[in-house]
Design a protein around this ligand. Structure first.
Ligand SMILES: COc1ccc(Cl)c(-c2nnc3c(C)nc4ccc(C(=O)NCC(C)C)cc4n23)c1
Ligand SMILES: [Mg+2]
Ligand SMILES: [Zn+2]
Length: 342
């Protein structure tokens, strides 16, 4: 599936190529990077954080691994390679800008596992939810439904499969102890991207932020790693309004397609999946209020330099409130299309 000359092409762009200016700033949108250059940027971000050197990552192995990961994503409207690349880029941003390793919040092995987990966290996503897998009895549900987090277990399985592919084991420079620690981390971090898992933990994360991070408390260190995964997964909401709105559009394309499927199967979809009933601005105000802003509030409490991220999510919520008020007026007068947001 990946040809040797694909690998050499990547290596020619190599690490010497300097990063796009501003790629290490919070407001940079990774979706601006040309698709053909993404993998090269992944290589450079690993190198920029000193990981290639520290973990003896072989460039051709890393290039081959990245090509397999990129090919491992389907072209779903939202859950595609660009989502994975964006989530990866955000993990690079927080590691670099919050100086997480230098300040001792996470180890350099945890930083490596975090970035690799972000890249792999939605591998082979079909644009449908865990509950859709269970309700329609997909093959993934039959494989994983007994343990829950059906999609996340599949993403993890896909990641391990790539790591076990010839010439793709980027961790072969690690000691066996580091290797097993790294795989345990990747397992926990990918499973932590199930929002249901996050919702179970968020109160503990809030408590950790108000009490203050305890560097000797391993539970705090684990809660922080999970928080960083969720922040990365939601990072489009920390960018400008245009990107945040476009992302919502793509997410609802997936949700509404699932809703259409559920109707065709005779199951009533959730309102947020039903293109006849969903009111996107109101749904986004709820999603930002209940999930996104609280997560970046916790991050900003732990890292004051991350306050700009919280402010962006609050600004995007405000934009949805404006949109909602506008639509309320239009709905009253009988219009109902989103095209004003174009
Ligand atoms: C962090 O993990 C995930 C997993 C899957 C998705 Cl799609 C997202 C995600 N990424 N961007 C969005 C946007 C813009 N809107 C969303 C609206 C609702 C939901 C949702 O899952 N609601 C039900 C739940 C709260 C019980 C997710 C949304 N979302 C994040
Ligand atoms: Mg996911
Ligand atoms: Zn994701």
């Amino acid at each position: 599936k990946v040809h040797p000359d694909d690998v050499t092409k990547i290596l020619n762009c190599g690490l010497g190529h300097d990063l796009m200016p501003e790629i290490d700033l919070f407001y940079f949108s990774p979706r601006k990077v040309e698709e053909s250059e993404c993998i090269c940027y992944c290589l450079m971000m690993f190198d920029d954080l000193g990981m290639v050197q520290q973990w003896q990552l072989k460039k051709d192995t890393l290039a081959r691994f990245l090509l397999f990961v990129k090919k491992g994503y389907r072209d779903a409207p939202y859950h595609n390679w660009y989502h994975a690349f964006s989530v990866f880029h955000f993990s690079y941003l927080v590691i670099k800008n919050l100086r997480l390793v230098e300040k001792g919040y996470i180890s350099s092995l945890e930083a490596l596992a975090l970035m690799v987990s972000c890249l792999c966290h939605d591998l082979d996503h079909r644009g449908t939810t865990n509950s859709f897998q269970m309700q329609s009895g997909t093959e993934l549900a039959s494989l994983y439904s007994s343990e829950g987090s059906v999609m996340e277990r599949h993403h993890l399985a896909q990641a391990l499969c790539i790591l076990n592919t010839d010439g793709c084991n980027i961790f072969d420079g690690l000691t066996s102890e580091q290797y097993s620690r790294c795989l345990d981390l990747i397992r926990d971090l990918i499973l932590a991207t199930d929002l249901a898992h996050h919702i179970r933990l968020v109160q503990d994360q809030e408590k950790m932020a108000t009490e203050g991070f305890d560097f000797s408390n391993n539970q705090h260190k684990q809660l922080l790693l999970f928080l960083l995964m969720t922040c990365s997964d939601l990072s489009d909401q920390t960018k400008d309004w245009k990107l945040s709105r476009t992302t919502a559009d793509l997410v609802y394309q997936e949700f509404f397609s699932q809703g259409d499927l559920e109707k065709a199967m005779g199951n009533a979809p959730l309102e947020m999946m039903d293109r006849e009933k969903a009111r996107i601005p109101d749904l986004q105000i709820q999603f930002l209020s209940h999930i996104v802003c609280p997560v970046f509030k916790i991050l900003a409490q732990l890292f004051p330099e991350a306050d700009c991220l919280l402010q962006s999510t609050l600004k995007n919520r405000h934009c949805w409130e404006q949109a909602s008020a506008f639509f309320a007026r239009r709905w009253e007068s009988g219009h109902s299309s989103l095209d004003i947001l174009r």
